[in-house]
Write a protein that binds this ligand. Structure first.
Ligand code: UDP
Length: 245
């Protein structure tokens, strides 16, 4: 990658949040190796630009505590199953990244000896400075939270320049653009507008944490070619959530 491109980076450290569902592709559940490979190559472009990347992956393609609880399981047990699902996704993503020779470091709020390192903020920051992609799994390690909240927390902890939230649509709309063809996309919103308008892009805990620590959020369509590169070079992809202007 040439120096001019690298010098034009507007974000040098990012926290990328992928939902578990994003990994399943067109399948009803599970992990699609093809999709994993696609995400890994998109991430490789950023690594080659010199961007430091923290990665949080959800678990909704496998288990969600709330859904399990509706089906009759104890909520807390379901949430731990959800957290374990995020660990499986992180292992699969680590594998895909390493197949492309991208150095990684995987941490978990619920570590497994010999498999995934325990979460340690200082270690995470060190590994990022060594240009490794740091995968944060098991959310924050407590039930009743989501991986969106974990992504906000890790973004703040590693002092990321921005939280990049990948979705299936290209930003935040005033209505569901899949169901409502006249839905309008916002280019920019404040944290309070997201909360007041009840725009279901991330849960309120996640938005409030970003608001309280002034962490920028960009919501974008992960299926768009070269979208991550465009974002770190400053192109206005999707919707930006920031402080009230
Ligand atoms: N979870 C949890 N605590 C956390 C993070 C996740 O209990 O800190 C559980 C929760 O049940 C959640 C599931 O793990 O539904 C999977 O995460 P999430 O729903 O955020 O995944 P995504 O929707 O991003 O795929």
């Amino acid at each position: 990658m040439n120096d001019t491109t690298t010098n034009n980076l507007i974000y040098r450290r990012v926290l990328l949040k992928l939902s578990g569902e994003a990994l399943q592709g067109n399948d009803a559940a599970g992990i699609s190796p093809k999709i994993l490979e696609q995400f890994a190559s998109d991430i490789k472009v950023l690594v080659e630009l010199g961007v430091e990347i923290g990665l949080v992956i959800g678990g909704g393609n496998l288990f969600r505590g709330a859904a399990l609880s509706e089906a009759g399981l104890d909520r807390v047990t379901g949430d731990y199953m959800g957290m374990l699902a995020t660990m499986m996704n992180a292992l699969a993503m680590r594998d895909a990244l390493e197949r492309l020779n991208i150095p990684t470091y995987t941490m978990s709020a619920l570590p497994i000896n010999g498999v995934i390192e325990p979460f340690d903020r200082r270690e995470a920051v060190y590994q990022l400075s060594q240009k490794k992609v740091v995968l944060f799994s098991a959310g924050i390690g407590s039930p009743y939270f989501t991986t969106d909240s974990a992504a906000s927390l890790r973004a703040v902890e590693i002092n990321a320049d921005i939280l990049l939230k990948a979705t299936k649509v290209d930003g935040i709309y005033n209505a569901d653009p899949i169901l409502n063809k006249s839905a309008k996309r916002y280019e920019c919103l404040s944290y309070n507008e997201v909360i007041e308008k009840n725009l279901k892009v991330m849960d309120a805990t996640a938005i409030c944490l970003c608001r309280d620590h002034n962490m920028l959020i960009r919501v974008f369509d992960s299926g768009k070619p070269n979208v991550l590169k465009k974002i770190v070079l400053g192109e206005p992809e999707g919707t930006l959530v920031q402080e009230e202007k």
